[in-house]
Design a protein around this ligand. Sequence first.
Ligand code: ADP
Length: 476
Amino acid sequence: MLGGAIFGRLWVRLLAVTVTPVLITVVSVALLANYVTVGQFETFIMEDTQQRDDRLERVMERYYQDQGSWAGVGSTVQRMSALTGERLVLTDQGGKVVADSVGQLVDQQQGRNWRRPISLEDANDLRVGTLFVNPLLPGRASSLRVQAFLAEVNRSILIGCGLAVLASVLLTIVFSYRLRGQLAVLMRVTRQIGRGELGLRVPTPEKGDLTELGTAVNRMADDLERQQRARRQMVADVAHELRNPLQNINGYIEALRDGVLPADGHTLGVLASETAVLRRLVDELQDLSLADSGRLTVEAMPVRAQEQVAAVVDSMRPRAQELGLELTSDVPAELPALKADQRRLRQVLANLVQNAFAYTAAGGRVWITSRALPDQIEITISDTGTGIAPEDQPRVFERFYRVDPARARSTGGAGLGLTIARAFVRAMGGEIGVNSRLGDGSHFWIRLPRAEQARPDRKPRPGVPARRPRVGLARP
Ligand code: ADP
């Protein structure tokens, strides 16, 4: 548990990440240096020792030849010892020490396990004595020197290693301290944003990864703030829209209870129409919430514009007659099929025709046309109604937006119809728009993809799913 907590700490991880490679490098360098040095150095020392031994042998043999005996050899042995830096011990052919550069062993008998003898001979190849180099030191001199050299190398490596580890620890501590500081700010602000303080933002002065993280957190806070504002606005709008019909219903019920109004067909008819307004609002809100949560399902299939338009016109004609409006359609039978969810498409068309009815005075005209575009089929619902001012045209698709709230309320609309129509059309992979001139009437068009996505360059590759249409609603 404790180990886990410690290793979970950022600085410990950073330290492990920086120090481990340093240690691995240093240890491998040390091993490699030792391995290479032992071989090379031993050979070098062996050759060097051999040359030196040959030289010693020559000097000593010449002395014997010149002198005819070892008498007075002590000073020569000492000189040679000073030159070579080694202790030299000379014995005669009987094994008795005749000279020792340190002076200790003179006149003693040669030890049995003395090492490194150099045999000395006279001109007739007769053995006249033996010279020992460091006879009492254990091991070979060469390996002793190698060991000394290696110890020196290892000590240097150890010091280097210590410095490298120290430097990386210091750097890690400085770096992680700074990182921790920045992360602490990020965590604190994120926690506060999570608690609902959506106005807070992370300071992002520097460049780098943490700046990106900070920017992402800030963007998330922006989104949350926008969503919260939209949700509040939505609740306020919904409450506002509910209040009117509810007040009406309440008023009528009280009048009925007090006997002010008779419970006749007219009163009940008014009550029924107010409830219908509520019902429509609830249905629209449900569609809106489906679209908002991305759960709007569309079952797109090839459909014919002519059939869909005819069905809508047939169902709306009685209403047009009631309102004194002319409703016609002109959709060529040979138009290619389009890809759409039949139920949603009819809902959109009916909504646009209802709007045209609502904003066109008696005696006016509403007509539906359709044409083929390169990739799409366009259906347009036109009217000779009030028209929409240019500045209002892009806004009519926003939720709860009504150009003239007083008038629209009398039509029973809450300003959601076009928002939902746009969500449906987009979900089917299409687009919706309006061309209108104030006083001249409006042309609401929808464009939906053709059923046969004919263009070869647009064909989805095998195994790659076709791009799903965006289903959510745009925020106001
Ligand atoms: P509603 O449910 O109030 O009709 P919509 O979203 O369908 O809401 O329409 C939004 C607003 O766009 C309407 O309130 C109206 O002002 C305007 N509008 C829609 N269709 C037409 C039209 N055919 N002619 C004139 N104005 C229209």
